[in-house]
Design a protein around this ligand. Structure first.
Ligand code: TGC
Ligand code: FAD
Length: 394
Protein backbone atom coordinates (compact mmCIF):
# COMPACT_ATOMS: atom_id res chain seq x y z
CA UNK A 1 0.00 0.00 0.00
CA UNK A 2 1.49 3.37 -1.02
CA UNK A 3 2.39 5.78 1.80
CA UNK A 4 0.12 8.84 1.87
CA UNK A 5 0.63 12.50 2.59
CA UNK A 6 -1.28 13.56 5.70
CA UNK A 7 -2.82 17.00 5.16
CA UNK A 8 -5.05 16.91 8.24
CA UNK A 9 -6.18 20.27 9.58
CA UNK A 10 -8.13 20.28 12.79
CA UNK A 11 -11.59 21.83 12.89
CA UNK A 12 -11.78 24.64 15.47
CA UNK A 13 -15.17 26.20 14.82
CA UNK A 14 -15.45 27.95 18.20
CA UNK A 15 -11.81 29.15 18.22
CA UNK A 16 -10.97 26.91 21.11
CA UNK A 17 -7.27 27.35 20.49
CA UNK A 18 -7.74 30.67 22.29
CA UNK A 19 -8.43 28.66 25.45
CA UNK A 20 -5.15 26.75 25.20
CA UNK A 21 -1.80 27.87 26.61
CA UNK A 22 1.31 28.01 24.43
CA UNK A 23 2.47 24.84 26.19
CA UNK A 24 -0.78 23.03 25.33
CA UNK A 25 -0.39 24.01 21.68
CA UNK A 26 3.25 22.94 21.60
CA UNK A 27 2.41 19.52 23.05
CA UNK A 28 -0.48 19.04 20.65
CA UNK A 29 1.44 20.19 17.59
CA UNK A 30 4.45 18.03 18.46
CA UNK A 31 2.21 14.98 18.81
CA UNK A 32 0.43 15.83 15.55
CA UNK A 33 3.71 16.19 13.67
CA UNK A 34 4.91 12.86 15.06
CA UNK A 35 1.66 11.14 14.01
CA UNK A 36 1.91 12.63 10.51
CA UNK A 37 5.51 11.44 10.14
CA UNK A 38 5.47 8.06 11.89
CA UNK A 39 1.88 6.82 11.96
CA UNK A 40 -0.08 7.94 8.90
CA UNK A 41 2.36 6.45 6.37
CA UNK A 42 2.05 2.93 7.82
CA UNK A 43 -1.22 2.74 9.72
CA UNK A 44 -3.34 1.26 6.94
CA UNK A 45 -0.83 -1.51 6.31
CA UNK A 46 -0.45 -2.18 10.06
CA UNK A 47 -4.23 -2.62 10.31
CA UNK A 48 -4.40 -4.82 7.24
CA UNK A 49 -1.62 -6.95 8.74
CA UNK A 50 -3.17 -6.82 12.26
CA UNK A 51 0.19 -5.77 13.72
CA UNK A 52 1.09 -3.19 16.35
CA UNK A 53 4.20 -1.41 15.00
CA UNK A 54 6.55 -1.67 17.97
CA UNK A 55 8.79 1.03 16.55
CA UNK A 56 6.16 3.54 17.75
CA UNK A 57 6.97 2.84 21.40
CA UNK A 58 10.16 4.92 21.56
CA UNK A 59 8.50 7.87 19.84
CA UNK A 60 5.49 7.73 22.15
CA UNK A 61 7.87 7.99 25.10
CA UNK A 62 9.66 10.93 23.50
CA UNK A 63 6.50 12.99 22.89
CA UNK A 64 5.43 12.47 26.52
CA UNK A 65 2.52 10.15 25.76
CA UNK A 66 3.48 7.69 28.52
CA UNK A 67 2.49 9.19 31.87
CA UNK A 68 1.93 12.79 30.72
CA UNK A 69 0.59 13.85 34.12
CA UNK A 70 2.93 11.69 36.24
CA UNK A 71 5.46 13.92 38.08
CA UNK A 72 8.83 14.38 36.42
CA UNK A 73 10.69 12.88 39.41
CA UNK A 74 9.25 9.51 38.33
CA UNK A 75 10.01 10.07 34.65
CA UNK A 76 6.56 11.42 33.70
CA UNK A 77 6.05 14.67 31.81
CA UNK A 78 4.43 16.53 34.76
CA UNK A 79 1.75 18.02 32.51
CA UNK A 80 -1.82 19.04 33.27
CA UNK A 81 -4.97 17.16 32.31
CA UNK A 82 -5.75 19.26 29.23
CA UNK A 83 -2.31 18.39 27.86
CA UNK A 84 -3.08 14.74 28.50
CA UNK A 85 -6.38 15.12 26.68
CA UNK A 86 -4.78 16.85 23.70
CA UNK A 87 -2.16 14.12 23.43
CA UNK A 88 -4.87 11.44 23.37
CA UNK A 89 -6.81 13.44 20.78
CA UNK A 90 -3.81 13.58 18.46
CA UNK A 91 -2.94 9.92 18.90
CA UNK A 92 -6.48 8.76 18.23
CA UNK A 93 -6.62 11.05 15.22
CA UNK A 94 -3.91 8.71 13.98
CA UNK A 95 -5.59 5.52 15.18
CA UNK A 96 -7.59 4.39 18.23
CA UNK A 97 -5.22 1.45 18.67
CA UNK A 98 -2.27 3.81 19.04
CA UNK A 99 -4.17 5.83 21.64
CA UNK A 100 -5.13 2.60 23.40
CA UNK A 101 -1.48 1.67 23.83
CA UNK A 102 -0.73 5.06 25.37
CA UNK A 103 -3.91 5.10 27.51
CA UNK A 104 -3.16 1.72 29.01
CA UNK A 105 0.46 2.55 29.74
CA UNK A 106 -0.40 5.94 31.30
CA UNK A 107 -3.72 5.55 33.05
CA UNK A 108 -3.97 1.85 33.71
CA UNK A 109 -0.35 0.96 34.52
CA UNK A 110 1.57 4.09 35.57
CA UNK A 111 -1.41 5.69 37.34
CA UNK A 112 -2.09 2.76 39.71
CA UNK A 113 1.61 2.28 40.45
CA UNK A 114 1.96 6.00 41.16
CA UNK A 115 -1.30 6.32 43.14
CA UNK A 116 -1.52 3.01 44.98
CA UNK A 117 2.08 1.77 44.86
CA UNK A 118 4.91 1.88 47.39
CA UNK A 119 7.84 4.24 46.90
CA UNK A 120 9.98 1.24 45.89
CA UNK A 121 7.43 0.21 43.24
CA UNK A 122 7.24 3.76 41.91
CA UNK A 123 11.02 4.00 41.57
CA UNK A 124 11.38 0.52 40.11
CA UNK A 125 8.76 0.76 37.39
CA UNK A 126 7.69 4.34 36.55
CA UNK A 127 10.85 5.73 34.90
CA UNK A 128 11.11 2.72 32.57
CA UNK A 129 7.41 2.83 31.76
CA UNK A 130 7.70 6.54 30.91
CA UNK A 131 10.28 5.92 28.19
CA UNK A 132 8.68 2.73 26.89
CA UNK A 133 11.73 0.69 27.89
CA UNK A 134 9.14 -1.30 29.83
CA UNK A 135 5.55 -1.80 28.65
CA UNK A 136 2.56 -2.69 30.80
CA UNK A 137 -1.01 -3.92 30.60
CA UNK A 138 -4.04 -3.91 32.90
CA UNK A 139 -6.06 -7.00 33.77
CA UNK A 140 -9.55 -6.41 35.08
CA UNK A 141 -11.99 -8.07 32.63
CA UNK A 142 -12.52 -11.83 32.81
CA UNK A 143 -14.31 -14.21 30.46
CA UNK A 144 -17.44 -14.17 32.66
CA UNK A 145 -17.05 -10.73 34.26
CA UNK A 146 -16.94 -7.72 31.94
CA UNK A 147 -19.36 -4.98 32.96
CA UNK A 148 -19.53 -6.45 36.48
CA UNK A 149 -15.88 -6.78 37.52
CA UNK A 150 -16.80 -7.16 41.20
CA UNK A 151 -17.69 -10.81 40.48
CA UNK A 152 -14.13 -11.62 39.33
CA UNK A 153 -12.77 -15.10 40.07
CA UNK A 154 -9.02 -14.47 39.72
CA UNK A 155 -7.53 -14.82 43.20
CA UNK A 156 -4.30 -15.13 45.13
CA UNK A 157 -3.48 -16.98 48.32
CA UNK A 158 -0.99 -15.93 50.97
CA UNK A 159 1.62 -18.71 51.06
CA UNK A 160 3.76 -17.07 53.78
CA UNK A 161 6.75 -15.86 51.76
CA UNK A 162 4.86 -15.28 48.46
CA UNK A 163 1.40 -15.15 46.86
CA UNK A 164 0.00 -17.87 44.60
CA UNK A 165 -2.08 -16.39 41.77
CA UNK A 166 -4.70 -18.29 39.76
CA UNK A 167 -7.30 -17.26 37.18
CA UNK A 168 -7.60 -15.65 33.76
CA UNK A 169 -8.22 -12.21 32.25
CA UNK A 170 -9.34 -11.58 28.70
CA UNK A 171 -9.48 -8.72 26.20
CA UNK A 172 -6.29 -7.23 27.59
CA UNK A 173 -4.72 -4.48 25.46
CA UNK A 174 -0.92 -4.78 25.07
CA UNK A 175 -0.91 -8.16 26.87
CA UNK A 176 0.99 -10.10 24.19
CA UNK A 177 4.10 -7.92 24.47
CA UNK A 178 3.79 -6.31 27.91
CA UNK A 179 6.67 -6.73 30.35
CA UNK A 180 4.40 -6.32 33.37
CA UNK A 181 0.68 -6.63 34.11
CA UNK A 182 -1.23 -4.73 36.78
CA UNK A 183 -3.70 -7.46 37.75
CA UNK A 184 -6.83 -7.10 39.87
CA UNK A 185 -7.55 -10.21 41.91
CA UNK A 186 -9.24 -11.26 45.15
CA UNK A 187 -7.19 -12.00 48.27
CA UNK A 188 -7.96 -14.64 50.93
CA UNK A 189 -10.55 -12.30 52.47
CA UNK A 190 -12.29 -11.77 49.09
CA UNK A 191 -11.08 -8.16 48.77
CA UNK A 192 -10.03 -6.90 45.32
CA UNK A 193 -6.33 -5.98 45.28
CA UNK A 194 -3.87 -4.85 42.64
CA UNK A 195 -0.75 -6.94 42.07
CA UNK A 196 2.13 -6.53 39.61
CA UNK A 197 2.94 -9.66 37.61
CA UNK A 198 6.12 -9.69 35.56
CA UNK A 199 6.63 -11.57 32.30
CA UNK A 200 8.76 -14.61 32.96
CA UNK A 201 7.09 -15.69 36.20
CA UNK A 202 6.44 -19.45 35.88
CA UNK A 203 2.82 -20.25 35.03
CA UNK A 204 2.07 -16.78 33.53
CA UNK A 205 1.17 -16.74 29.81
CA UNK A 206 -0.32 -14.10 27.49
CA UNK A 207 -1.91 -15.72 24.41
CA UNK A 208 -2.82 -13.26 21.65
CA UNK A 209 -6.43 -12.73 20.55
CA UNK A 210 -6.75 -13.12 16.78
CA UNK A 211 -9.47 -12.35 14.24
CA UNK A 212 -10.48 -8.85 15.42
CA UNK A 213 -12.18 -6.56 12.91
CA UNK A 214 -11.51 -3.59 15.19
CA UNK A 215 -8.37 -2.09 16.75
CA UNK A 216 -6.34 -4.25 14.41
CA UNK A 217 -3.18 -2.19 15.01
CA UNK A 218 -3.48 -2.79 18.75
CA UNK A 219 -2.32 -6.05 20.26
CA UNK A 220 -4.93 -7.74 22.48
CA UNK A 221 -4.60 -10.91 24.50
CA UNK A 222 -5.39 -12.96 27.57
CA UNK A 223 -3.56 -13.18 30.88
CA UNK A 224 -3.51 -16.73 32.21
CA UNK A 225 -2.28 -17.46 35.74
CA UNK A 226 -1.63 -21.08 36.61
CA UNK A 227 -0.24 -21.23 40.16
CA UNK A 228 1.95 -18.17 39.56
CA UNK A 229 4.29 -17.37 42.47
CA UNK A 230 4.26 -13.59 42.93
CA UNK A 231 6.66 -11.86 45.37
CA UNK A 232 4.85 -10.16 48.24
CA UNK A 233 6.47 -6.81 47.46
CA UNK A 234 4.45 -6.76 44.18
CA UNK A 235 1.14 -6.08 45.96
CA UNK A 236 -0.04 -2.46 45.55
CA UNK A 237 -0.29 -1.55 49.24
CA UNK A 238 -2.44 1.56 49.19
CA UNK A 239 -5.83 0.48 47.86
CA UNK A 240 -8.38 -2.25 48.55
CA UNK A 241 -11.71 -2.87 46.78
CA UNK A 242 -13.24 -2.13 43.37
CA UNK A 243 -12.52 1.56 43.80
CA UNK A 244 -8.87 0.71 42.97
CA UNK A 245 -9.39 -0.33 39.34
CA UNK A 246 -12.32 2.05 38.90
CA UNK A 247 -10.09 4.93 39.98
CA UNK A 248 -7.72 4.06 37.13
CA UNK A 249 -10.67 3.91 34.73
CA UNK A 250 -11.60 7.50 35.61
CA UNK A 251 -8.29 8.61 34.18
CA UNK A 252 -8.43 6.33 31.13
CA UNK A 253 -12.05 7.24 30.33
CA UNK A 254 -11.11 10.93 30.48
CA UNK A 255 -8.38 10.27 27.89
CA UNK A 256 -10.81 8.37 25.67
CA UNK A 257 -13.31 11.23 25.82
CA UNK A 258 -10.66 13.44 24.22
CA UNK A 259 -9.27 10.71 22.01
CA UNK A 260 -12.55 9.90 20.28
CA UNK A 261 -12.80 13.57 19.26
CA UNK A 262 -9.53 13.06 17.38
CA UNK A 263 -11.02 10.19 15.38
CA UNK A 264 -14.11 12.30 14.64
CA UNK A 265 -11.97 15.27 13.53
CA UNK A 266 -10.08 13.05 11.11
CA UNK A 267 -13.32 11.70 9.59
CA UNK A 268 -14.77 15.21 9.31
CA UNK A 269 -11.63 16.67 7.74
CA UNK A 270 -11.52 13.87 5.19
CA UNK A 271 -15.25 14.13 4.42
CA UNK A 272 -15.13 17.92 3.99
CA UNK A 273 -12.21 17.73 1.57
CA UNK A 274 -13.73 14.83 -0.35
CA UNK A 275 -17.10 16.56 -0.63
CA UNK A 276 -15.49 19.71 -2.06
CA UNK A 277 -13.54 17.70 -4.65
CA UNK A 278 -15.98 14.99 -5.69
CA UNK A 279 -18.11 16.09 -8.66
CA UNK A 280 -21.49 14.47 -9.34
CA UNK A 281 -24.31 15.87 -11.48
CA UNK A 282 -21.90 18.58 -12.60
CA UNK A 283 -21.03 20.07 -9.23
CA UNK A 284 -19.15 19.23 -6.01
CA UNK A 285 -21.27 17.03 -3.75
CA UNK A 286 -20.55 19.58 -0.97
CA UNK A 287 -23.01 21.82 -2.82
CA UNK A 288 -25.96 19.50 -2.22
CA UNK A 289 -28.13 20.24 0.79
CA UNK A 290 -28.06 16.65 2.03
CA UNK A 291 -24.25 16.63 2.11
CA UNK A 292 -24.22 19.99 3.88
CA UNK A 293 -26.63 18.64 6.49
CA UNK A 294 -24.22 15.81 7.23
CA UNK A 295 -21.18 18.10 7.42
CA UNK A 296 -22.97 20.78 9.45
CA UNK A 297 -24.20 18.23 11.98
CA UNK A 298 -20.72 16.70 12.22
CA UNK A 299 -19.01 20.00 13.03
CA UNK A 300 -21.77 20.90 15.49
CA UNK A 301 -21.34 17.65 17.42
CA UNK A 302 -17.53 17.83 17.31
CA UNK A 303 -17.64 21.39 18.65
CA UNK A 304 -20.01 20.44 21.48
CA UNK A 305 -17.75 17.52 22.48
CA UNK A 306 -14.65 19.76 22.36
CA UNK A 307 -16.30 22.23 24.73
CA UNK A 308 -17.47 19.50 27.10
CA UNK A 309 -14.02 17.92 27.26
CA UNK A 310 -12.25 21.20 27.75
CA UNK A 311 -14.51 22.03 30.69
CA UNK A 312 -14.00 18.52 32.08
CA UNK A 313 -10.24 19.02 31.77
CA UNK A 314 -10.47 22.23 33.78
CA UNK A 315 -12.52 20.46 36.46
CA UNK A 316 -10.02 17.61 36.50
CA UNK A 317 -7.11 20.03 36.88
CA UNK A 318 -8.95 21.43 39.91
CA UNK A 319 -9.63 17.90 41.24
CA UNK A 320 -13.37 18.60 40.95
CA UNK A 321 -14.33 16.23 38.10
CA UNK A 322 -16.66 13.48 39.32
CA UNK A 323 -16.60 9.91 37.94
CA UNK A 324 -20.13 10.46 36.60
CA UNK A 325 -19.04 13.58 34.69
CA UNK A 326 -16.23 11.55 33.15
CA UNK A 327 -18.71 8.81 32.19
CA UNK A 328 -20.91 11.36 30.45
CA UNK A 329 -17.98 12.69 28.42
CA UNK A 330 -16.67 9.23 27.46
CA UNK A 331 -20.12 8.12 26.33
CA UNK A 332 -20.87 11.34 24.47
CA UNK A 333 -17.55 11.59 22.64
CA UNK A 334 -17.43 7.99 21.48
CA UNK A 335 -21.04 7.91 20.35
CA UNK A 336 -20.52 11.24 18.56
CA UNK A 337 -17.37 9.92 16.84
CA UNK A 338 -19.16 6.77 15.69
CA UNK A 339 -21.99 8.84 14.21
CA UNK A 340 -19.50 11.16 12.51
CA UNK A 341 -17.60 8.18 11.09
CA UNK A 342 -20.80 6.66 9.71
CA UNK A 343 -21.86 9.92 8.06
CA UNK A 344 -18.34 10.49 6.71
CA UNK A 345 -18.47 6.98 5.23
CA UNK A 346 -21.64 7.93 3.35
CA UNK A 347 -20.05 11.10 1.99
CA UNK A 348 -17.08 9.14 0.65
CA UNK A 349 -19.40 6.79 -1.24
CA UNK A 350 -17.72 3.57 -2.28
CA UNK A 351 -14.27 5.06 -1.59
CA UNK A 352 -15.30 5.21 2.07
CA UNK A 353 -14.87 1.48 2.52
CA UNK A 354 -11.30 1.44 1.24
CA UNK A 355 -8.00 2.02 3.00
CA UNK A 356 -7.44 5.05 0.75
CA UNK A 357 -9.32 7.02 3.41
CA UNK A 358 -9.19 6.58 7.20
CA UNK A 359 -12.98 6.39 7.67
CA UNK A 360 -13.75 2.68 7.80
CA UNK A 361 -10.74 2.03 10.03
CA UNK A 362 -11.87 4.68 12.52
CA UNK A 363 -15.43 3.37 12.39
CA UNK A 364 -14.38 -0.20 13.12
CA UNK A 365 -12.00 0.92 15.87
CA UNK A 366 -14.72 2.95 17.54
CA UNK A 367 -16.87 -0.18 17.86
CA UNK A 368 -14.32 -1.33 20.47
CA UNK A 369 -13.95 2.08 22.04
CA UNK A 370 -17.72 2.27 22.60
CA UNK A 371 -17.50 -1.04 24.50
CA UNK A 372 -14.26 -0.95 26.47
CA UNK A 373 -13.72 1.14 29.59
CA UNK A 374 -17.45 0.71 30.28
CA UNK A 375 -20.01 0.20 27.54
CA UNK A 376 -22.28 2.92 26.13
CA UNK A 377 -25.17 1.62 28.23
CA UNK A 378 -23.14 1.20 31.43
CA UNK A 379 -22.15 4.88 31.23
CA UNK A 380 -25.76 5.83 30.69
CA UNK A 381 -26.67 3.88 33.84
CA UNK A 382 -23.88 5.65 35.76
CA UNK A 383 -25.42 9.00 34.74
CA UNK A 384 -28.88 7.65 35.61
CA UNK A 385 -27.76 6.61 39.06
CA UNK A 386 -25.97 9.92 39.61
CA UNK A 387 -29.02 12.04 38.85
CA UNK A 388 -31.68 9.84 40.48
CA UNK A 389 -29.76 8.25 43.33
CA UNK A 390 -31.19 4.88 42.23
CA UNK A 391 -29.03 1.96 41.04
CA UNK A 392 -30.42 0.34 37.87
CA UNK A 393 -27.48 -2.05 37.37
CA UNK A 394 -28.90 -4.95 39.31
P1 TGC B 1 -20.18 -0.08 43.10
O1 TGC B 1 -20.79 -0.83 44.26
O2 TGC B 1 -20.95 1.00 42.44
O3 TGC B 1 -18.77 0.51 43.54
C1 TGC B 1 -17.80 -0.26 44.20
C2 TGC B 1 -16.81 0.70 44.87
O4 TGC B 1 -16.14 1.45 43.86
C3 TGC B 1 -16.42 2.87 44.03
N1 TGC B 1 -16.56 3.43 42.70
C4 TGC B 1 -15.62 4.19 42.14
N2 TGC B 1 -14.45 4.62 42.61
C5 TGC B 1 -13.69 5.37 41.79
N3 TGC B 1 -14.08 5.69 40.54
C6 TGC B 1 -15.24 5.26 40.02
N4 TGC B 1 -15.58 5.57 38.77
C7 TGC B 1 -16.08 4.48 40.83
N5 TGC B 1 -17.29 3.87 40.66
C8 TGC B 1 -17.58 3.25 41.81
C9 TGC B 1 -17.69 2.92 44.85
O5 TGC B 1 -17.78 4.13 45.54
C10 TGC B 1 -17.47 1.74 45.76
O6 TGC B 1 -16.52 2.13 46.74
P2 TGC B 1 -16.60 1.54 48.24
O7 TGC B 1 -15.55 2.26 48.98
O8 TGC B 1 -17.99 1.83 48.72
O9 TGC B 1 -16.34 0.07 48.12
O10 TGC B 1 -19.72 -1.19 42.04
P3 TGC B 1 -20.58 -2.17 41.14
O11 TGC B 1 -20.02 -3.55 41.36
O12 TGC B 1 -22.05 -1.97 41.36
O13 TGC B 1 -20.17 -1.73 39.64
C11 TGC B 1 -20.41 -0.44 39.20
C12 TGC B 1 -20.08 -0.29 37.69
C13 TGC B 1 -20.96 -1.18 36.86
C14 TGC B 1 -20.35 1.15 37.34
C15 TGC B 1 -18.61 -0.57 37.40
O14 TGC B 1 -18.22 -1.79 37.85
C16 TGC B 1 -18.21 -0.35 35.98
O15 TGC B 1 -17.78 0.74 35.65
N6 TGC B 1 -18.28 -1.37 35.04
C17 TGC B 1 -17.68 -1.27 33.74
C18 TGC B 1 -16.41 -2.09 33.72
C19 TGC B 1 -15.32 -1.44 32.93
O16 TGC B 1 -15.35 -0.27 32.64
N7 TGC B 1 -14.29 -2.21 32.63
C20 TGC B 1 -13.17 -1.68 31.96
C21 TGC B 1 -12.04 -2.70 31.92
S1 TGC B 1 -10.47 -1.97 31.47
C22 TGC B 1 -10.62 -1.62 29.85
O17 TGC B 1 -11.61 -1.76 29.22
C23 TGC B 1 -9.39 -1.10 29.23
S2 TGC B 1 -9.50 -0.80 27.55
C24 TGC B 1 -8.05 0.02 27.43
C25 TGC B 1 -7.70 0.52 26.11
O18 TGC B 1 -7.28 -0.29 25.24
O19 TGC B 1 -7.74 1.78 25.92
P1 FAD C 1 -20.77 -7.60 28.87
O1 FAD C 1 -20.50 -7.03 30.20
O2 FAD C 1 -21.11 -9.04 28.77
O3 FAD C 1 -21.93 -6.73 28.18
C1 FAD C 1 -22.66 -7.20 27.04
C2 FAD C 1 -23.82 -6.23 26.83
O4 FAD C 1 -24.68 -6.25 27.97
C3 FAD C 1 -23.37 -4.77 26.65
O5 FAD C 1 -24.16 -4.16 25.68
C4 FAD C 1 -23.65 -4.16 28.02
O6 FAD C 1 -23.90 -2.77 27.95
C5 FAD C 1 -24.90 -4.93 28.44
N1 FAD C 1 -25.05 -4.93 29.90
C6 FAD C 1 -24.25 -5.49 30.83
N2 FAD C 1 -24.72 -5.27 32.06
C7 FAD C 1 -25.84 -4.51 31.91
C8 FAD C 1 -26.77 -3.94 32.81
N3 FAD C 1 -26.64 -4.03 34.13
N4 FAD C 1 -27.80 -3.24 32.29
C9 FAD C 1 -27.95 -3.09 30.95
N5 FAD C 1 -27.10 -3.61 30.05
C10 FAD C 1 -26.06 -4.31 30.53
N6 FAD C 1 -10.42 -5.03 29.75
C11 FAD C 1 -9.37 -4.94 30.60
O7 FAD C 1 -9.48 -5.26 31.79
N7 FAD C 1 -8.17 -4.48 30.16
C12 FAD C 1 -7.95 -4.12 28.87
O8 FAD C 1 -6.84 -3.68 28.52
C13 FAD C 1 -9.05 -4.24 27.95
N8 FAD C 1 -8.85 -3.95 26.63
C14 FAD C 1 -9.85 -4.22 25.74
C15 FAD C 1 -9.60 -4.13 24.37
C16 FAD C 1 -10.59 -4.45 23.44
C17 FAD C 1 -10.29 -4.39 21.98
C18 FAD C 1 -11.89 -4.82 23.90
C19 FAD C 1 -12.99 -5.14 22.94
C20 FAD C 1 -12.13 -4.92 25.25
C21 FAD C 1 -11.12 -4.64 26.19
N9 FAD C 1 -11.33 -4.82 27.56
C22 FAD C 1 -10.29 -4.70 28.45
C23 FAD C 1 -12.60 -5.38 28.04
C24 FAD C 1 -13.75 -4.35 28.10
O9 FAD C 1 -13.59 -3.48 29.15
C25 FAD C 1 -15.05 -5.15 28.18
O10 FAD C 1 -15.26 -5.74 26.91
C26 FAD C 1 -16.22 -4.28 28.58
O11 FAD C 1 -16.08 -3.82 29.90
C27 FAD C 1 -17.57 -5.01 28.42
O12 FAD C 1 -17.51 -6.28 28.99
P2 FAD C 1 -18.02 -7.54 28.12
O13 FAD C 1 -17.35 -7.51 26.81
O14 FAD C 1 -17.84 -8.75 28.97
O15 FAD C 1 -19.55 -7.28 27.86
Amino acid sequence: MAAKTDNFQHPDYYLMDDMLTDEHKLIRDTARAWVKKEVTPIIEQACQDAKFPKQWIKGLGEIGAFGPYIPTEYGGAGLDQISYGLLMQELERGDSGLRSTASVQSSLVMYPIYTYGSEEQRKKYLPKLATGEMMGCFGLTEPDHGSNPSGMLTNFKDMGDHYLLNGAKMWISNAPFADIAVVWAKDDAGDIRGIIVERGYAGFTTPETHGKWSLRASSTGELVFDNVKVPKENLLPNVKGLKGPLGCLNSARFGIAWGAIGAAMDCYDSALNYAKERIQFGKPIAGFQLTQKKLAEMITEITKAQLLCHRLGTLKNEHRATPAQISMAKRNSVNMALEVAREARQIHGGMGITGEYPIMRHMMNLESVVTYEGTHDIHLLITGMDITGLNAFN
